[in-house]
Design a protein around this ligand. Structure first.
Ligand code: 13P
Length: 252
């Protein structure tokens, strides 16, 4: 049985003090009797303070992005070692906003993923089709490319550090959530790709989160799908009560 993993991606929201306040509220309100991994993913600047505020709680802290070199002349970038030092245990790679707004390619995404795994950190690999791709019946081929270029050849011993997040681009920040059936269908397809690459046993152990307009009102339905193992939450993670409501949806 895969333990649900619910992570709140704050995107470019929250100052340091706002982030600390949200983290403290969350630590206080978090339902302690739901058996799920919980994480927050603040903007870089808030990470050290949020990590300190969450010390001694089971809530993990992650980063929204990372650069693959360890140090050097890479103005504006942040390395795995810096993130770990700041209190992060994982990072997102390939978030749709980085792919589509900031021009990140599958090749760049892979370099980031490899760097995180080499640094003994966990990674959430984000994949998902655009509306045009869905309407042109290209959802599966897009997922095939993103999942394979992201994970093909990753050492099987490192796979336990990997989570995949299925985030259909048309559902992100739009209020238009994938239906439970659409989510399950895409997750099952991704599980099939993982099985092809790593065999059934490994593939069954990898968690696949759903992201895209997850709210307290739809979390339970989505999270009860057999291949939906958690949620990557944007807007609804910016408030402790709504994020807590989503965590409740992970109750089994
Ligand atoms: P929303 O929940 O705001 O749609 O964002 C989803 C997302 O992109 C999380 O990474």
């Amino acid at each position: 049985m895969r333990k649900p993993f619910v992570a709140g991606n704050w995107k470019m929201n929250k100052t340091i003090s706002q982030g600390v306040e949200l983290a403290k509220n969350l630590a206080e309100k978090r339902p302690s009797n739901v058996d799920a991994d919980i994480a927050v993913i603040p903007p870089f600047l808030a990470i050290p303070s949020v990590a300190r505020a969450l010390e001694g709680t089971p809530i993990r802290v992650g980063a929204q992005d990372v650069y693959w070199e360890e140090s050097g002349a890479f103005t504006g970038e942040i390395s795995c070692g810096m993130l770990r030092d700041a209190g992060c245990s994982f990072a997102l790679v390939g978030h749709s906003e980085r792919r589509h707004v900031l021009g990140e390619t599958d090749e760049i995404v892979r370099k980031k993923l490899d760097a995180l795994l080499a640094a003994d950190m966990d990674v959430i690999l984000c994949v998902g089709e655009t509306l045009e791709e869905r309407e042109a019946d290209q959802t599966n081929s897009r997922l095939d490319t993103q999942v394979k270029s992201g994970l093909q050849g990753v050492s099987e011993t490192l796979l336990s550090r990997v989570t995949v997040a299925y985030e259909p681009v048309w559902a992100i920040g739009t209020g238009r959530t994938a239906t439970e059936e659409q989510a399950q269908q895409a997750h099952a397809f991704i599980r099939g790709l993982l099985t092809e690459m790593f065999g059934q046993q490994k593939a069954q152990a990898i968690r696949i989160q759903y992201g895209g307009s997850v709210k307290p009102s739809n979390a339970k339905g989505l999270l009860s799908q057999p291949d939906v193992d958690g949620a990557l939450v944007g807007g609804a993670a910016l408030d402790a009560d709504s994020f807590t409501g989503i965590i409740e949806g992970a109750r089994r």
